[in-house]
Design a protein around this ligand. Sequence first.
Ligand code: SF4
Ligand code: SF4
Length: 373
Amino acid sequence: MGIPDSGDSMEPADFLPRHRLQSLLDHLLQQGFEILAPQLRDGAILFRPTQHVDQLPRGVTQQQAPGHYRLQQGDSPRCFSWANGPQAIKPLTFTPQETLWRSELQADGSLRFHEAPVVTRATAVIGVRGCDLAALALQDRHFLERIEDPLYRQRRDSLLLIAVDCSHPADTCFCASTGDGPEAQTGFDLALTELAEGYRVRAGSVRGEGIMRALPLVASDAALRQEAIEQARRARQQQRALPDFDPAALIQQGEHPAWDKVADACLSCGNCTSVCPSCFCHSEAEAPTLDGQQSEHQRQWDSCFSEGHSYIHGLHVRPDTRSRYKQWLTHKFGSWVEQYGRSGCTGCGRCISWCPVGIDPLQVLRELGEEVK
Ligand code: SF4
Ligand code: SF4
């Protein structure tokens, strides 16, 4: 397949040959962005500060299955031939732990409160997937729409999002059935489709258009366009799919034996909620200094699987694993629809891969849909 080497065709210039990918990073660095991009770390793919394309996970592919995540090194020049790592971009906007405010004891016994400053830097994130953009849109609804969370707002506004269409979904992925992938659809500034010899580029915002103008792009020829169509078609052939179910009926699904079966297996460890890009539960705690003069009010990720999360005035509302799993599944796939107009699941499959006992919520949904004899 040939790469056109000049932009003198009538087609718009939208193809970045692989050997010119560094020009994207150089442009972002010149514009003052810190770049976060996928890197191989401790056997997983994580977003890390990046300045050069050599730091990207070139030739890395993945194997994911219930309770299983393994990377493999191949000799392909591709840098994005994997579906997702353990974390999406959730920690960049809703941080695992942060101080919300500080209080200080005054001489007269009163308290003075101080806002906790957020130090943000313009950050370009390269490699965001469609499912994770959809999850970010859900987090935006939660943290920005009804009551604006100023810390989330500052972090969110600092991000420039460069998506990459998923070309190699994992066996745990089902974003095609939730409608959130494998291609990046909305919510990005720039999106890349990685092909054998480079990247087709499209803008999703005015900022993205500006970046496109600064890149040494050439026009895609018919062969490149066809390759992109074929690749997208293959990526949509996923092994898993969200089963049909009625979200309202799911909430009412109280006594089905499927709950007992999943409760027997589930460890209530909360891994599924930590890796989920849309989960937003948190707890708050006071962290006073030893002399009692000052205190930090902190927020940290929590999970509906933790015992304390449903503790109210001496009562554990969900005292056992059965009721906690039921809360998670019925909220995520049922009442979330009422709350936000769509389910809380974007089909990334992380909760399947990162569950230590390999519980697959799609299987639980299927069992809940079966009639009890
Ligand atoms: S519920 Fe599971 S598959 Fe759905 S978005 Fe969360 S982690 Fe991904
Ligand atoms: S479903 Fe799996 S990951 Fe989630 S709490 Fe249970 S054991 Fe942990």
